[in-house]
Design a protein around this ligand. Structure first.
Ligand SMILES: Cc1ncc(COP(=O)(O)O)c(C=O)c1O
Length: 387
């Protein structure tokens, strides 16, 4: 079956964060997709609504099975006991931060990184400590000396790893992950591996689950996974925490219960099961569509807006664009773009000060919308240069 990614959906006035939060014509910021989810998932949800009863929901055995089966494609053997349902990746990370660190402790993140990492560390009254990624020749790499120096500090007990990495769209290599694993083990720093973007890789590419890299990685990690980015079902509020190490697992599973983020809504379990059992062909076609969108954007920038450049990536539908030759500051360029053209992008500075010269664009939309966005971007850059 050929799935449809070309139809333009009207998401305005649907309480969509992407379309209704800001007053804008063309939002290409928050990470959800302007595509319908796979019809197989929608059918599972319609079947529930047709029954018409919205009572309490429990986690079926099938829920565990589908996670275990899905991760086999990554040569990763999950076990039922390792898995626990949570209402989202961020709620789980927030709970882990509270359990494994104390007020004033530092939590390490690799910047530029998903902006919500900053907020949850800050909201829990912990401090961010940044291992700034090195940006050279349009490639990002890890500054391992800086990483070791920082995780060796007594007040750093936790590292949030974004694997693959949002916003730079990088699949970390096994070697990079292995070194992170070794350093964290050596200095007793627990790793939270946020792998929500793991399935969204370029066709033919696979991400490397952190727990699969080595014994050290497996024993020292809280892996958090979900079908929500992959299948565009973030509103179902469904994720899984996976912890192979029994001591860590007992500690964290208990607080997930205490914090009451263990209870699914009526659609969360059915949606997850449908996604992981019936969504694979939809996902294959989606990955090709996203890849083609990325190529289109890359060519468009090269031919029409040579002042700004795409940072090459191999995962996620979030593209990171280097605007350093435009000399943008803070949020000024994105504000300007929105005001003058109606296009809303994410300012790079949201992802850390190191992102200041960048913007992030979400290309998970029908091609016509992408072209509209690129035309607006071109117009905006011209106006910005001549302002
Ligand atoms: C790296 C990363 N983690 C977590 C989330 C959000 O996860 P959830 O909606 O399950 O809290 C996002 C959403 O964009 C993300 O990019």
């Amino acid at each position: 079956m050929n799935y449809d990614f070309d139809t333009i959906l009207d998401r305005k006035n649907t309480s969509s964060v992407k379309w209704d939060y800001f007053d804008t014509e063309l939002p290409m910021w928050v990470a959800d997709m302007d595509f319908k989810a796979a019809p197989e998932i929608t059918k599972a949800i319609i079947d529930m609504t047709e029954m018409g009863v919205y009572g309490y929901t429990m986690i079926q055995d099938k829920w565990y099975e589908v996670y275990i089966d899905w991760w086999k494609q990554y040569d990763t053997k999950l076990e039922k006991d390792w898995l626990k349902y949570t209402t989202g990746v961020i709620p789980a990370i927030s709970t882990v931060i509270r359990k494994l660190t104390s007020k004033g402790d530092k939590v390490l993140i690799q910047t530029p990184v998903y902006h919500v990492f900053f907020y949850i560390i800050d909201d829990n009254e912990r401090e961010v400590i940044e291992n700034k990624l090195i940006y050279k020749d349009k490639q990002y790499s890890i500054d391992f000396d800086d990483l070791e120096e920082k995780i060796a500090r007594d007040d750093v007990k936790l590292m949030l790893l974004c694997n693959p990495h949002n916003p730079i769209g990088k699949i970390w290599s096994k070697e990079e992950l292995e070194r992170i694993g070794q350093l964290c083990r050596k200095h007793d720093v627990v790793v939270v591996a946020d792998e929500i973007h793991g399935d969204l890789t370029d066709p033919g590419r696979k991400y490397n689950p952190f727990i699969n890299i080595s014994e050290e990685c497996r024993d020292n990690t809280i892996m958090i996974i979900a079908p929500t980015k992959t299948f565009n079902i973030a509103g179902l509020k469904t994720a899984a925490v996976c912890i192979p190490n029994i001591n860590l697992r007992e500690k964290i599973f208990k607080v997930i219960d205490v914090d009451c983020i263990n209870d699914p809504n009526i659609f969360a379990i059915k949606g997850t099961i449908a996604a992981y059992t019936k969504g694979d062909e939809w996902l294959n076609q989606l990955r090709q569509y996203l890849y083609d969108n990325k190529q289109l954007l890359k060519d468009y920038l090269k031919n029409n807006i040579p002042e700004i450049e795409l940072v090459p990536s191999d995962a996620t539908y979030l593209l990171w664009i280097d605007c350093s030759r435009l000399g943008i500051h803070g949020e000024d360029f994105c504000d300007f773009l929105n005001k003058k053209t109606g296009l809303l992008l994410s300012p790079g500075v949201q992802f850390g000060k190191v992102g200041e010269q960048f913007v992030r664009i979400n290309i998970a939309c029908p091609r016509k919308i992408l072209l509209d966005g690129l035309d607006r971007l071109k117009r905006g850059v011209e106006l910005y240069k001549n302002r």
